[in-house]
Design a protein around this ligand. Structure first.
Ligand code: DMJ
Length: 594
């Protein structure tokens, strides 16, 4: 009505339009109908919850958040698929039933739920760290040596590069790089859980203090969605689950929100690069998305939904799975590049090493993390592994089993260092294959791990090259100068750790100890650890880079190799692809908000 008030000296505007009385009446009727419709739309359209909060009393919005938790529960897995914290749970005599499928109750009466950290800690089947009685002194001494290496790597980073992303140990300064879009402290966040697990208390407090006081999320710049997710989100989530310190949780959630615009594509398949600034379109790169990048978000994003109560993170990754399930797979294989616009493969290059690797890892780990409820992930993993075995697994003339790469049907007989994680992954999956498949997959895992060990054993430094080949008489050695480097990567010791835990064959500890000695001899320099440019010379030149994953992964897996099995037990934890432990959902961690 205010709109229609006559301004001094002006006719009312219906009158100005020259309308007569009945027309004016009809016009007003139309206008009030329009207003009612707009107001109603605020409440009825699916994305209107933000507006609702403006108009509805608090209590009513709380109940909608509670039902959104159940939405996560229904979404995060197929039929019986359930998301973290969403299944039937018996603990301390309490049974909380959540509808896994089916219609929600007609009226929401329950109070909203929050993540209950204490309940989660009580749900763990093993203590996360600590000494075990009666262990042999040599194992303990080796573990202590690895702890000393971690302290050395951390102390030098702290002294020369604190707040930068990585340490340059030769020039004694920091490196920022261009992967993290203005975020800093990659080494701090990557190191948090390793420091905690190794009981480096003072160092852990130093790292925590940096996160509290200096970790700035208001940054601008183009970042890799994948790297930010696996290192920062993974590192913060793990630190929260291990310690219960709220600062890690709130930083993880805040950063998680900043990643969401990457999913604004026609298919919902995220682009690889995200602009972290607030006034941008979110994503920054054109071109195709990479399987190992958009396929390596699932574990962290389910936990972001779990901790925040906001289903949006789980929705995003469940949509990725839907697109992947829909698209046709050549020979059952997943090519490495997909268009985020059309949802079709861009070219037919398949690899279990770089570009493909952690997609497969996250399928089996999604199933394990769901406490074996997410059977869709398990099936996708089983089918993918079957196709890989059929088309890519080969045996060399010298009897070494390896996984080749596939380019539109033509095999490239090369295996990257990155692909060496697959020994551990296949062993982890074998545990849960049917009885006769179990032994088959354990054998395959052992053979691949052995091949990766050979790539180390055949070098002069006893460290492995970036890629090794099986052609023209070559077996498990790099043939190109550009593939001879070692940048402190973890994948081989990662497989040793899983193989040790799952078989207790002492050779895996022995092989791990060889790596420790080689790292000390060739990579330790005055101010930290450095990668080397050529593993086939005993006087290698250094690349002047202490990668953050050396602290997150390489040293953590080596340390765990010399721990008892119940330290970060595989019953309770899955490791994300940066070795950050995320809990298996044994229980419903939610409690009513008081
Ligand atoms: C790590 O950042 C992760 O393991 C990732 O999945 C692949 N590569 C590096 C370490 O080599």
């Amino acid at each position: 009505m205010v709109l229609l008030r006559k301004l001094p000296g002006m006719p009312g505007w219906p009158a100005a339009l020259g309308l007569r009385l009945p027309q004016k009446f009809l016009f007003l009727l139309f206008l009030s109908g329009l207003l009612t419709l707009c107001f109603g739309a605020l409440f009825l359209l699916p994305d209107s919850s933000r507006f609702k909060r403006l108009f509805l009393p608090r209590r009513a919005t709380a109940s909608s958040s509670s039902s959104s938790l159940r939405t996560v529960a229904r979404m995060a897995g197929p039929p019986a698929h359930t998301a973290p914290g969403s299944r039937q749970q018996v603990q301390g005599g309490e049974r909380r039933a959540e509808p896994a499928t089916g219609a929600p109750p007609a009226r929401e009466t329950r109070a909203p739920l929050r993540f209950d950290y204490e309940r989660f800690r009580r749900s763990l089947r093993h203590p996360v760290r600590g000494r075990r009685p009666g262990e042999d002194p040599e194992t303990r001494a080796r573990r202590m040596k690895i702890k000393e290496m971690m302290k050395f790597a951390w102390d030098n980073y702290k002294q020369y590069a604190l707040g930068k992303n990585e340490l340059r140990p030769l020039t004694k300064n920091g490196h920022i790089g261009n992967m993290f879009g203005g975020l800093r402290g990659a080494t701090v966040v990557d190191a948090l859980d390793t420091l905690y697990i190794m009981e480096l208390e003072e160092e852990f407090q130093e790292a925590k203090k940096w996160v509290e006081k200096s970790f700035d999320l208001n940054v601008n710049g183009e970042a890799s969605l994948f790297e930010v997710n696996i290192r920062y989100i993974g590192g913060l989530l793990a630190a929260y689950y291990l310690t219960g310190e709220e600062v890690f949780k709130s930083k993880a959630l805040e950063l998680g929100e900043k990643l969401l615009p990457a999913f604004n594509t026609p298919t919902g398949i995220p682009r690889g690069v995200i602009n972290l600034g607030s006034w941008s379109w979110g994503w920054a790169s054109a071109g195709s998305s990479i399987l190992a990048e958009f396929g390596t978000l699932h574990l962290e994003f389910l936990h972001l939904s779990e901790l925040s109560g906001n289903p949006v993170f789980a929705e995003k990754v469940m949509n990725i799975r839907k697109v992947l399930n829909r698209v046709e797979k050549p020979q059952g294989l997943y090519p490495n590049f997909l268009s985020p616009v059309t949802g079709n493969w861009v070219q037919h290059h398949v690899s279990i090493g770089g570009l493909g690797d952690s997609f497969y890892e996250y399928l089996i780990k999604s199933w394990l993390m769901s406490d074996k409820k997410d059977s869709e992930a398990k099936k996708m993993y089983d089918d993918a592994l079957e196709a890989i075995e059929k088309h890519l697994v080969k045996k060399s003339a010298g009897g070494l089993t390896y996984i080749a790469e596939w380019r539109g049907g033509i095999l490239d007989h090369k295996m990257g260092h990155l692909a060496c994680f697959s020994g551990g992954m296949i062993a982890l999956g074998a545990e849960h294959a049917g009885q006769e498949r179990k032994q088959h997959y354990m054998d395959l895992a052992a053979e691949i791990t052995n091949t990766c060990h050979e790539s180390y054993a055949r070098s002069d430094t006893k460290l492995g090259p970036e890629a090794f080949r099986f052609d023209a008489g070559t077996e498990a050695m790099a043939t190109r100068l550009s593939e001879r480097y070692y940048i402190l990567r973890p994948e081989v010791v990662e497989s040793y750790m899983y193989m040790w835990r799952l078989t207790h064959n002492p050779k895996y500890r022995q092989w791990g100890w060889e790596v420790v000695k080689a790292l000390e001899k060739h990579c330790r320099v005055e101010a930290g650890f450095s990668g080397i440019r050529d593993v086939y010379t005993t006087t290698p030149t250094h690349d002047n880079m202490q990668q953050s994953f050396f602290l997150a992964e390489t040293l953590k897996y080596l340390y765990l190799l010399f721990c008892e099995d119940d330290v970060l037990s595989l019953d309770d934890w899955v490791f994300n692809t940066e070795a950050h432990p995320l809990p298996v959902n044994h229980t419903n961690f939610k409690a009513s908000v008081q």
